[in-house]
Ligand binder design. Structure first.
Ligand code: PRP
Length: 214
């Protein structure tokens, strides 16, 4: 039988996915503490590649990986020709607009400075609302931008809200809900359909068990 290759994203969501793969009995070959980027499970015929979240869509689109586990945020920002199979039910958070607590940061008639790691999502969102913006693309610690006067607001992911709180920011508006998605290369989805369905069922089973335990 053919191997199936799964692109696993580094970081928070990848760690959550790893816990589930372990519980499914197909994640023992993965060692997140090592610097290795490829993990092979010969028994279950699975190869994992460990990549930056923003690259998961590229690996799946190009067919290097058959499947990818990635946040909806990444899919929205990096539009690619991949098949979004299903919501996996974990990694839940949201995209929000935030600004300094108590300050009226959004004024319709002015160009709004928006700091974000997600320029495409921010551009699309404000275009639909006919709000003129200037994007300030950052790669992390976005919450700093309004504090030092680099931007009026931020567009970012909020999970627990503790980063906003710790920095005196508040949510102005919630934009989209986000969670982990299972995506597939379009050709792989046809040719490895059964194996992909088996993996999806295992994810569902494990998620159900986890929710019963909580
Ligand atoms: C993400 C996000 C927020 C934070 C939100 O950043 O960009 O900064 O997590 O989580 P919270 O609501 O639970 O506080 P990440 O931790 O990935 O680090 P980064 O800022 O360096 O990108």
């Amino acid at each position: 039988m053919d191997y199936i290759t799964i692109a696993l994203s580094k970081g928070r969501l990848g760690n959550d996915a790893y816990k589930r793969l372990k519980a499914m009995g197909i994640g023992d070959c993965i060692d997140l503490d090592s610097r290795k980027l490829i993990f092979k499970d010969d028994k279950n015929k699975i190869i994992y590649i460990h990549v930056k979240p923003s690259d998961v869509v590229t690996y799946v689109e190009k067919g290097v990986a058959d499947l990818g586990i990635v946040g909806k945020d990444i899919i929205l920002e990096n539009e690619g020709d991949v098949y979004e199979i299903e919501d996996l039910g974990f990694g839940k958070c949201k995209f929000s607009i935030a600004g300094l607590k108590g300050k009226e940061s959004i004024r319709k008639d002015e160009i709004l400075k928006v700091a974000t790691k997600y320029p495409e999502i921010a551009k699309k969102y404000f275009k639909e609302r006919e709000q003129k913006i200037e994007i300030i693309k950052l790669n992390g610690s976005v919450e700093l931008a309004p504090l030092v006067g680099l931007s009026d607001i931020i567009v970012d992911i909020v999970e627990t809200g503790s980063t906003l709180n710790a920095n005196g920011l508040e949510i102005i508006e919630d934009m989209y809900d986000i969670s982990a998605k299972l995506i597939s290369n379009r050709v792989s989805y046809k040719f490895k359909f059964q194996k992909i369905q088996n993996i999806l069922s295992m994810f569902k089973e494990v998620e159900e068990k986890l929710s019963l335990n909580n």
